[in-house]
Write a protein that binds this ligand. Sequence first.
Ligand SMILES: *[C@@H]1O[C@H](CO)[C@@H](O)[C@H](O)[C@H]1NC(C)=O
Ligand SMILES: *[C@@H]1O[C@H](CO)[C@@H](O)[C@H](O)[C@H]1NC(C)=O
Length: 143
Amino acid sequence: MRSLVFLLTLFLSVVVVSGSPVATELAPELIAPSSNWPQSGHQLGRVHVCTGTNWTGHCEYLVHPLDSCNVLDRSFKHNIGSFAPDPCTLCFAYETSHCSFGDGFFWMFQSPGNATGGIGVPNNAWITRISSFKCWPSPDCMG
Ligand SMILES: *[C@@H]1O[C@H](CO)[C@@H](O)[C@H](O)[C@H]1NC(C)=O
Ligand SMILES: *[C@@H]1O[C@H](CO)[C@@H](O)[C@H](O)[C@H]1NC(C)=O
């Protein structure tokens, strides 16, 4: 319960500051990953990433425990242009390499994700900036 309260507090504070530079991902009409990926089904906490925008380049499903920091290795550090958490998974992606809010930008993602790389929004191109991410069960799916 305490972590839920924490998450909701975090969630609300992000919504409150959701102007630049934080990019929110709450709109339902976001681009969906193309349907021809080899893996199907859903997995809480799983994230589908590609190095390019529009689900291009090198793509992988990353599975990492919830509520713990996933520090990206060389293949994806500063090199994610498409980011899609599985349904019911909320992720924050951080510019810092240790999932901290304090000293860098961060971006929030929810299913079905975002494939723009943040390009086109001034000062927001997360395609060259994400170093770590952390995911939680998303509040809208908690019953
Ligand atoms: C994604 O693809 C569409 C259609 O080909 C194109 O119009 C758009 O500019 C692309 N967006 C990005 C961020 O690459
Ligand atoms: C993706 O994220 C960008 C900012 O990072 C935002 O402007 C855009 O509306 C988001 N969604 C889509 C479908 O482009």
